[in-house]
Every structure is written in structure tokens, then in C-alpha cells.
Write a protein that binds this ligand. Structure first.
Ligand code: UDP
Ligand code: MN
Length: 340
């Protein structure tokens, strides 16, 4: 290896990568935002997306523009040990797909990140950690949360994991149960494998320990939208200018949700629009809000809205919402629709 190549490798190792998984178009949106957030914070690592065969060509194209490597993993087609394992435990479908990350042996070290995570600052320092490093799960802190973890790709480990999976299954039905069973000494063996909670801050924790969130939440580097309602599950409703679905559900902190939507609407939706061209597609957000991309209209969409009666009253009291609902742009837009 030449000196220049060596220097290059030492400063920007190309054998290290962030890895995510998206089996369908919904999770693909998460992966797009995650990839963009890593790029925005100038990661020097490679970005890899594992995808499933259900994903549309359009979403694959967008992912290819954001990620260095987009790799199809189809457990059902694979005809290898993963396939056999899958035959015995069809309930663990996505789990087997996630374990595929251990087969990325052209990288020496990787950080896996769920597609429902968002990076808030550079986290390349995670590569200083060893397998298996992860942050505690907020629900049961003696288990690690498998939304963010450091690992070393290895066919040997992969084989052992599949074997463990088929023999013992998963106590929670997903990858987190399998991985905690397999790396069972995580809680006690080596404190350096405990990632600080700020690398996998789940919004659930905000509601269960608010004072700690107030104290430390500002240092958050990765937020994880775990639970059944994902950022992309929400839809902006043009008419009511409200986010459809239950935004009040205590699973997602509005600020982080807003951050996700800001990045999605400003950086990802334009790419989707370019790929889809004239074809209609479901961006999950109202055209007006996403195209103008303005933070205030998003913030507004996330807030419970006043009834038109209340709004009228406010106007009459000289308290129009000049920065939000009653901003010049909104009024102009309304006038334009009348003039058309
Ligand atoms: N995943 C996927 N397709 C699915 C379900 C999950 O690609 O249908 C991937 C995706 O990367 C996701 C991860 O598996 O982030 C774990 O699932 P999820 O985040 O929904 O679980 P939670 O973090 O809410 O427990
Ligand atoms: Mn997740």
C-alpha cells in the first residue's frame, strides 16, 4: 500500500460503515432521512442500506443517491443457512434480515442504526468502540436497545447468531430479544460497551423521566422513534392544517418529530419528486407544507389548531397569529385561491 493510500485509509477508513435496514417503502423513508442526517453531519464513514425485495424501484433509486451501497437481502431467496433458519422460525422474518448485517465482511467494523433513528450531530467516535456496544433499553436497562449498536461483520458470528436464533428464538419476537440472548454478558462484562443514552435517545424516556431529559436531553446525538407510530406514520392534512393521527400519543417528542419532518420535506421529498416525475406518489405530507418547506408551517401543522370561531375572536382582539396561521404568505395564498 502506498503512503498516500495509507494516509487516506488512516484518516478516512473505507472499511467502516454505518448500516441500516429497510424492507419496504415506509421504512425506506426513514432510511433516507437517516442517511441524509449522517451526511449533513459530515460522517467520514461509508453508508450501507440493506433493503428488501418489496421496495419500489423509485425508493431504491433515492436510497442509491444517499447511500454508498444499497444491498438487497432476501432471506427467502437466499438458499443458505438463513433460509433454513427462516423455514423453522417464519415468525422472525425481519429479524433474520437484520442479522444479515454481520455478512458485510468487506467492512471491518460497522454501526447498525434502525431506520427510525435520526442523527443530530457527528457520531463517528462510535467506531472507537468494540462489538457489541449499545445503549441501555429504556424499558429494561439490563438489556441493550438494538436500534443502535457497534458490531464486527463476521461469517462465523453470523452463523452462530442464526443457530442461536433457531434454537432459542427471540424472547420479544424481534431482533432485540435474539441479540440480548446472544450477547448476554453485555449488562455486566465491560462498561465500555455501554453506550451513553444520548446515542439512542428514545422519546419514551422523555415522558418517563422528564427531569433527566431536561438535564441531559440537549446533548442528544441520536434520537430513536421507537414504538408503533413512526415519523412517517403521520400525515399533514391540508384542510385542517393538522397532522393526522394521534400526535398527542406519548411516543414522540414534538421537537424531534419536527426535526425529522424538516429534513424529510426539505431534502428527501424533492428527490422523490424528481424520481417520480409526473407520477403521483404518497409523500406523507401535504404539498403546500412540504414544498414551501417553511419551518413555521410545519410547526403549525404539528400544533393543535384553533377553531375558526376562536381564530376570529383573536383577530377581533388584535391578536392575529402573524408568524403562523395568519402570516402574510398564508393570507396571500388564500387570496390567490380566490383570484384563480
Ligand atoms: N424494519 C424494516 N421493516 C419492517 C420492520 C422493521 O425494515 O417491516 C427494520 C427497520 O430498520 C427498523 C428496524 O427493523 O427500524 C427495527 O424495527 P422498529 O424500528 O420498527 O422497532 P422499534 O425500534 O420500534 O422497536
Ligand atoms: Mn426502531
Amino acid at each position: 500500500m502506498g503512503v498516500v493510500q495509507c494516509l487516506f485509509n488512516c484518516f478516512s477508513p473505507s472499511d467502516q460503515a454505518f448500516v441500516t435496514l429497510a424492507t419496504n417503502d415506509s421504512y425506506a423513508r426513514g432510511a433516507m432521512v437517516l442517511g441524509k442526517s449522517l451526511r449533513n453531519h459530515n460522517t467520514s464513514k461509508k453508508l450501507v442500506a440493506l433493503i428488501g425485495p418489496q421496495m419500489s424501484d423509485a425508493c431504491q433509486s433515492v436510497l442509491k443517491r444517499i447511500y454508498d451501497e444499497v444491498r438487497m437481502v432476501d432471506v427467502l431467496d437466499s438458499g443458505d443457512t438463513a433460509h433454513l433458519a427462516m423455514m423453522k422460525r417464519p415468525d422472525l422474518g425481519v429479524t433474520f434480515t437484520k442479522l444479515h448485517c454481520w455478512t458485510l465482511t468487506h467492512y471491518s467494523k460497522c454501526v447498525f442504526m434502525d431506520a427510525d433513528t435520526l442523527v443530530l450531530s457527528n457520531i463517528d467516535e462510535l467506531f472507537d468502540r468494540e462489538e457489541l456496544s449499545a445503549a441501555p433499553d429504556p424499558g429494561w436497562p439490563d438489556c441493550f436497545n438494538s436500534g443502535v449498536f457497534v458490531f464486527r461483520p463476521s461469517m462465523e458470528t453470523y452463523g452462530k447468531l442464526l443457530q442461536y436464533c433457531t434454537e432459542h428464538g427471540s424472547f420479544d419476537g424481534g431482533d432485540q430479544g435474539v441479540l440480548n440472548g446472544f450477547f448476554s454478558d453485555w449488562a455486566t462484562a465491560d462498561i465500555s460497551k455501554h453506550l451513553p443514552f444520548i446515542y439512542n435517545l428514545s422519546s419514551i424516556a422523555i415522558y418517563t423521566y422528564l427531569p433527566a431529559f431536561k438535564q441531559y436531553g440537549g446533548n442528544a446525538k441520536v434520537v430513536h422513534f421507537l414504538g408503533k407510530t413512526k415519523p412517517w406514520s403521520y400525515t399533514f392534512d391540508t384542510k385542517s392544517k393538522q397532522i393526522a393521527g394521534s400526535v398527542h400519543e406519548a411516543s414522540t417528542h414534538p421537537t424531534f418529530l419536527l426535526e425529522w419532518w424538516t429534513l424529510y420535506s426539505s431534502a428527501v421529498v424533492p428527490m422523490l419528486q424528481e424520481i417520480y416525475g409526473d407520477q403521483p406518489f404518497h409523500s406523507g405530507c401535504v404539498a403546500v407544507n412540504c414544498l414551501d418547506g417553511s419551518l413555521s408551517s410545519l410547526a403549525q401543522a404539528l400544533q393543535p389548531q384553533m377553531s375558526s370561531e376562536e381564530r376570529k375572536e383573536k383577530w377581533e382582539q388584535g391578536q392575529a397569529d402573524y408568524m403562523g396561521m395568519d402570516s402574510f404568505d398564508n393570507i396571500k395564498r388564500k387570496l390567490d385561491t380566490f383570484l384563480k
